[in-house]
Design a binder for this molecule. Structure first.
Ligand SMILES: Cc1ncc(COP(=O)(O)O)c(C=O)c1O
Length: 501
């Protein structure tokens, strides 16, 4: 196989070691870092053994066709980290300690790729790694949660961020509070009281990085390994991963037009915690009916069980009367309400919040302190400014109108172009809807075909832990626009309606 020039190991140089170093390329990683990494790899692999002599910086620089300063910078880094020693007279030599501690020092020399280790993980670590790899693979395949970041008032945000960074005052650049920044907790409490009918004040709010972190903390604090947890089937795959990662036994409870089948949940007597999406069942989109809400609260209250209410996209409700949160009906302190800014503002923000029953506030903040500390005070301050300055309300009005236009276009186009080949699930909230396939069209094939058409389609089957009971497509329009939607639905029509029954 032909190798490119940059892949060619150097020809004979001052030391055999130099056959190993490849010419740095211009892929964006600084040149000295590339040289440093290569040498470090070879030392760690045991190929460059203790006492092995490296060529002078000048020779190496000449052979690699880079500047001497670049090589000096790489050597300096290796020396600081203890991989090499440099002495006048004896030159640059691989340090004994580095070679001894190198995990593969005793192994015969191989290429770095062939010697990539398989770490021996704990049982728990292996489970988490497996779940995480599957989640990352999903992220790579689709961007289901994407939002229309073009509509976000980035300029306002940038100005606020710059101002806070410049004169944020005490606390912004120092360690933060595991409970969260007080002004943000207050703004969050106002927001959920006003818009979601939640019952709370700032003392019950704990700021976290994400819904994912909120679920993780809840499992750490409320479940022991082997305890039973429950969630909806189909449901949110990332929540399933977080529950499973805790070592819980996860029961998957079916849903119907009224949401979670609480009677089926009751059948699993040992369940201690249930994760639910009452306002907008993920992924199917129905709302948990009032009788079911009351039954669910009753279930939790009688057995001292917990409910995680994930209220991930209620800000985008297009029907006239928004449904209040389940938390607002909870009189027995069993609901942990989770809201996220990562969906309503932008995914990269990493700020979310929990509204907790009073006795859980301190344990959650304490757990946060132990597991990762706190969320960035700087970003929390900027978000608090954004909320209290009225920018969020203004943005939400405009974003809701945009998404509503997307939703309307999507529903109308599906009816016109896909006709009886599909039925469309509830669509009055959020940034996605589900179409159930009545034709024989292949879910996965359609999802692949949609790529490059401006819409994200995900097979419904991916949201089932067990055997999928329905075939369909989750269509995410959060990152799209009406023109792209029209085009995509039209272009996919032949595939969707093919062999329609
Ligand atoms: C059901 C559900 N919950 C929560 C979130 C947001 O998660 P996070 O705050 O962890 O980014 C999403 C994002 O797509 C979601 O689909």
């Amino acid at each position: 196989m032909a190798t490119s020039r940059k892949d060619q190991p150097l020809r004979a140089a001052a030391s055999p070691a130099m056959h190993l170093v490849h010419r740095p390329d211009s892929t964006g990683t600084p040149l000295h870092v590339q040289v440093y990494r290569q040498l470090r790899e070879w030392i760690l692999a045991g190929t460059l053994r203790a006492g092995a002599r490296l060529p002078s910086a000048r020779t190496l620089a000449r052979d690699l066709g880079i500047s001497r300063n670049t090589v000096e910078a790489a050597f300096a880094q290796l020396r600081v980290e203890g991989f090499i020693t440099r002495r006048v007279g004896s030159g640059t030599v691989v340090a004994t300690t580095a070679a001894e501690v190198a995990p593969f020092a005793q192994r015969p020399a191989t290429t770095p790729d062939a010697s990539v280790p398989t770490a021996r993980l704990s049982r728990r670590g292996a489970v988490i790694a497996r779940l995480g790899i599957a989640e990352m693979e999903e992220d790579r395949l689709s961007s289901v949660g994407a939002t229309d970041v073009r509509g976000f008032p980035s300029e306002v945000w940038r100005r606020m961020l710059a101002r806070r960074a410049r004169d944020g005052g005490a606390g912004i650049l120092r360690s933060g509070d595991p409970f969260g920044l007080r002004p943000l907790r207050e703004a969050v409490a106002d927001h959920v009281r006003l818009t979601r009918g939640a019952v709370c004040d700032a003392s019950r709010v704990v700021i976290v990085n994400s819904t994912q972190q909120a679920i993780d903390l809840a499992t750490r604090i409320l479940l022991d390994p082997g305890d039973a947890a429950a969630m909806e089937e189909p449901g949110y795959p990332s929540a399933r991963a977080a529950l499973a990662a805790s070592g819980a036994t996860v029961h998957h409870i079916p849903v119907d037009a009224d949401g979670l089948r609480v009677d089926r949940l009751r059948a699993h007597r040992t369940v201690r915690l249930a994760y639910v999406t009452p306002s907008h069942q993920y992924p199917l989109g129905m709302t948990l009916s009032l009788p079911r809400r009351l039954a669910l609260l009753q279930w939790a209250a009688t057995g001292e069980r917990w409910i995680i209410e994930d209220d991930y996209d209620s800000e985008f409700r297009y029907a006239r009367h928004p449904l209040a949160a389940l938390q607002g009906l909870d009189r027995r302190g069993r609901v942990l309400y989770v809201g996220t800014w990562n969906k309503v503002l932008f995914t990269g923000l990493r700020l979310a919040y929990l509204i907790l029953p009073a006795p859980l506030v301190e344990p959650f903040a304490a757990a946060r302190r132990v597991t990762d500390g706190f969320s960035s005070p700087l970003l929390q301050a900027v978000l608090a400014d954004f909320l209290s300055g009225g920018h969020f309300a203004a943005y939400l009005r405009q974003a809701r109108a945009h998404y509503e236009a997307c939703r309307d276009t999507l529903v109308a186009e599906i009816a016109a172009r896909w006709g009886t080949a599909v039925t469309v699930g509830p669509s009055d909230t959020g940034l996605h809807l589900v179409t159930h396939l009545r034709s024989q069209a292949d879910e996965s094939r359609l999802a692949r075909r949609a790529k490059g058409h401006g819409l994200v389609l995900t097979p419904l089957s991916r949201h089932y832990a067990g055997e999928p009971r329905q075939r369909g497509l989750l269509i995410s329009y959060g990152g799209s626009n009406p023109a792209a939607i029209r085009k995509a639905i039209r272009e996919l029509a032949p595939d969707v309606t093919r062999r329609s029954s």
